[in-house]
Design a binder for this molecule. Structure first.
Ligand code: URP
Ligand code: ZN
Ligand code: ZN
Length: 458
């Protein structure tokens, strides 16, 4: 199968030019002007952007969490990702306590195989790491699972202690793995949650009040110290606030290998969502919580200045009707997470590029290229170059879409951006040479997505 994309404005992290792209099989074969190949399909991209497919390194599909399982599986979640211009995800497999890491990897392979619409890799979440299990990290790296995540929050569920984190960081400094951390002071938050409930404060808004920015900043600082002593790089997932950003900024200013992502919901939404009528605020019970609006400017500045390197979605969808409802009388029982896999590009384009906060090149960098580099996928993914996978997104810069639960592809009964007018929803998406989105609709076949055996970070 060959596809010729004509006259698109090709944007990578460093390029901006008009040319044609010839896709042959899975890869980009030729880039040039006035290409005349006899392709199976020709796409006219005149007046449109062509960017590399997005890489979302933080998704939770078919994920057991908070006493339930996230509502998007590898079929619905990856179709929604594709509809939003994402052509690779790195999802989280989670170790079962007391079990080998490889057992979980097998489970996650089974969840994804035959279902995924786009390419996928896995991080491994570590829940317990006795010394006898540490070599299993090397085996994961050999199998292309080159990053590990640990939680500094959620005590009694998935939190690990600092000893575990430090040991994992130390091993990572030897085997080239990349450690990702959910940084929040879990024990302090636990006290605040119990105090709030004892005072009868049960509404969703107390989720945010009991998880203050200081709790995120403290854990970020602590983890940076551990990573420095271990001699390993560290990556902070879903950074949400100015206080934590300052910790990352300070570390990077002193040449430490510290990286961080933020998420579209922290860039587009704020904590006033928790003041909505009744139980509506539960739709935004995700962790860390939405912050006061002024944090958004700081995060955008951080993205522009490369203090933040990646925007991921932390997509972890739970239905409002029958999953979020578990916490109707107790906010701490609301499964934490929000849906967003479909709207990362639209948020970055509409609120980032169209407002002048970031350039198109920077959009490509934080949407695709840097994640490819950090998570061992570059240059196969993350750029438009001869020989790279033909993961391509065509965007009409002027087309506006009103975001709605009625038209989204995610398997979830609400949309955090309901009613917002956004630009940047793709017209056409190619996943390793297969047409998966055309005129905004899914036209691929689930199962086309391939497991990505990742290298180590660059
Ligand atoms: O609320 C969130 N973010 N849920 C998913 C698990 C996590 O903490 O990333
Ligand atoms: Zn987290
Ligand atoms: Zn997450």
């Amino acid at each position: 199968m060959s596809i010729l994309i004509k006259n698109g404005r090709i944007i990578t992290a460093v390029d901006d030019y008009v040319a044609d792209i010839l896709v042959d099989g899975n890869v980009i074969r030729t880039i040039g002007t006035d290409l005349t190949a006899d392709a199976d399909t020709t796409i006219d991209a005149s007046g449109k952007y062509v960017i590399p497919g997005g890489i979302d390194p933080h998704t939770h599909l078919d994920f057991p969490f908070g006493g339930t399982i996230s509502s998007d599986d590898f079929r619905t979640g990856t179709i929604a990702a594709a509809a939003g211009g994402t052509t690779s995800i790195v999802d989280f497999a989670v170790q079962q306590r007391g079990h080998a890491l490889s057992e979980s990897l097998d489970i996650w392979h089974a969840k994804a195989e035959g279902k995924a619409a786009i390419d996928y890799g896995f991080h491994m979440i570590i829940l317990d790491l006795p010394d006898s299990r540490i070599p299993e990290m090397d085996e994961m790296v050999r199998q292309g699972v080159t990053s590990f995540k640990m939680f500094m929050a959620y005590p009694g569920a998935v939190m690990v202690d600092d000893t575990t984190i430090f040991k994992a960081l130390t091993r990572a400094s030897d085997n080239g793995a990349f450690v990702c951390l959910h940084a929040e002071h879990g024990l302090m938050i636990d006290v605040l949650v119990k105090q709030a409930l004892a005072e009868g404060k049960t509404a969703p808004k107390y989720h945010a009040i009991t998880r203050p920015p200081e709790a995120e900043a403290e854990a970020t600082h602590r983890a940076i110290s551990m990573a420095e002593v271990a001699g390993a790089p560290v990556y902070f997932v879903h950074l949400s606030c100015s206080e934590a950003l300052q910790e990352v900024q300070a570390a990077r200013a002193s040449q430490k290998y510290v990286y961080a992502e933020t998420c579209p919901h922290y860039l587009a939404l704020d904590d006033s969502r928790y003041d909505q009528e009744g139980f509506e605020g539960a739709k935004y019970v995700l962790t860390p919580p939405l912050r006061e609006q002024w944090h958004q400017d700081e995060l955008w500045k951080g993205l522009r200045a490369d203090d933040l390197q990646v925007v991921s979605t932390d997509h972890c969808a739970f239905r409002f009707a029958d999953q979020k409802s578990a916490g109707r009388n107790d906010f701490s029982k609301i499964p934490n997470g929000g849906p967003g896999i479909e709207h990362r590009l639209a948020v970055l384009y509409t609120l980032g590029v169209c407002t002048g906060r970031i350039s198109m090149n920077r959009l490509v960098e934080i949407f695709s290229t840097t994640a490819a580099k950090l998570f061992g996928l570059f240059p196969r993914k993350g750029t438009i170059a001869v020989g790279s996978d033909a993961d391509l997104v065509v965007i009409d810069p002027d087309k506006e879409t009103t975001i709605s639960v009625k038209t989204h592809h995610m398997n979830i009964d609400y949309n955090m951006y309901e009613g917002m007018k956004m630009k940047g929803m793709p017209d056409v998406v190619l996943s390793h040479g297969n047409l998966v989105i055309q005129d905004g609709q899914y036209v691929g076949s689930p199962g086309q997505g391939r497991f990505l055996k990742r290298g180590t970070h660059k």
